[in-house]
Design a binder for this molecule. Structure first.
Ligand SMILES: [Zn+2]
Length: 148
């Protein structure tokens, strides 16, 4: 494990450093999973890299893989422990997307058949309507950006 970036003003870095208590449910060499202090549902869990990275694209390959691995390993036990019927698993990536703590954290939100919540597709109140040409153009621009 290499030296990881750290921000002493970051609440998640302080939890990693055990300066602030949290309900830890899983620890890995590059990740920590804790219960969300303000849960949307029982068992709402956050998986964070131990290093301070603000967005998903800033997380180096090994830690990024470790975060996804932890998410995948924890979803089943969280659903079993809470009796959930499913889960919403996702990231608010960047302030525009509602990310409140600028330290990457993946949410596992247990979902129940009658919880009244919606799918990820509901995060945009007024979805765009794009033409086939516009979709082709955006796809080409993203492919170019990936290759750059
Ligand atoms: Zn941090």
């Amino acid at each position: 494990m290499s030296e990881q970036p750290h921000d002493e003003d970051c609440i998640f870095c302080r939890i990693v450093d055990e300066e602030i208590p949290a309900r830890t449910i899983h620890e890995g060499p590059e990740t920590l999973a804790i219960l969300d202090a303000n849960p949307l549902a029982p068992g709402h869990t956050l998986v964070i890299p131990r290093g301070h990275y603000e967005t998903i694209q800033g997380v180096p390959d090994g830690a990024r893989a470790a975060v996804f691995d932890a998410l995948g390993r924890l979803v089943g036990p969280i659903e079993r422990a809470t009796g959930a019927d499913g889960s919403t698993v996702g990231f608010n990536n960047g302030a525009a997307a509602g990310q409140e703590v600028p330290h990457v954290h993946g949410h596992i939100i247990p979902r129940f058949d009658d919880d009244g919540g919606g799918p990820i597709h509901d995060v945009i109140a007024s979805p765009v309507s794009l033409t086939e040409t516009e979709l082709d153009d955006i796809a080409a621009r993203i492919v170019d950006a990936v290759d750059a």
